[in-house]
Ligand binder design. Structure first.
Ligand SMILES: Cc1cc2nc3c(=O)[nH]c(=O)nc-3n(C[C@H](O)[C@H](O)[C@H](O)COP(=O)(O)OP(=O)(O)OC[C@H]3O[C@@H](n4cnc5c(N)ncnc54)[C@H](O)[C@@H]3O)c2cc1C
Length: 162
């Protein structure tokens, strides 16, 4: 949705919503659940412990803003979880979710001053929106304050999409 807002200011942002799914399940046996995040390269599924719950995420789909959650996607997440962490969580009552990773064609997010003096861009963090949120917010704060950014923003220029 950032690209629509930016367009109103004459700025072209190339973003695509790359779809993924997650299941969040209550733990039935915490000792059988991972203590930290585990990336399963075979199923391309990531399992993360959230206190007394287990969250498993996966899939990379190009489906525009389609919020459907097909049962076969959830079946894959359940199968991967049951195989790696048998008996750890109640997969049948797990909460299903779908969301979008805002991706740029070249990878880095778009961070920097926009075409108007009071417009600042901080979007398109793709698969790492949470991971990068604090650092990105600090940089945007520096720009708003008129200070030099703590890192070189060349790779993140919002106007690099032409
Ligand atoms: C399956 C999956 C797993 C993920 N796992 C991780 C992970 O482990 N670690 C990680 O760091 N990241 C992860 N991500 C990525 C992370 O979720 C995103 O990068 C992050 O949510 C992007 O945050 P955002 O605030 O930029 O955008 P969003 O979360 O999309 O928020 C944008 C908000 O703006 C609102 N909005 C839209 N238009 C307007 C408007 N015109 N006016 C006002 N508001 C508007 C929307 O309603 C929405 O609430 C994952 C994503 C997916 C899909």
């Amino acid at each position: 949705a950032s690209s629509e807002v930016a367009r109103e200011f004459g700025l072209k942002l190339s973003l695509y919503p790359v779809k993924g799914y997650s299941l969040t399940a209550a733990l039935t046996n915490p000792d059988k659940a991972p203590q930290s995040t585990v990336i399963d390269d075979e199923f391309k599924v990531v399992a993360t412990r959230l206190n007394d719950r287990l969250r498993v995420t996966g899939f990379v789909e190009l489906a525009d803003f389609n919020r459907d959650i097909p049962a076969r996607r959830l079946d894959t997440l359940k199968r991967a979880t049951a195989m790696r962490f048998p008996g750890a969580a109640d997969l049948e009552t797990a909460e299903a979710w779908t969301g979008f990773r805002p991706m740029t064609p070249d990878g880095p997010p778009a961070i920097g001053k926009g075409p108007s003096d009071n417009l600042f861009i901080n979007t398109a963090h793709g698969t790492f929106g949470w991971t990068l949120s604090a650092g990105s917010a600090q940089i945007v704060g520096q720009l708003v304050d008129g200070e030099p950014a703590a890192v070189d923003l060349g790779a993140f220029r919002p106007d690099r999409f032409g």
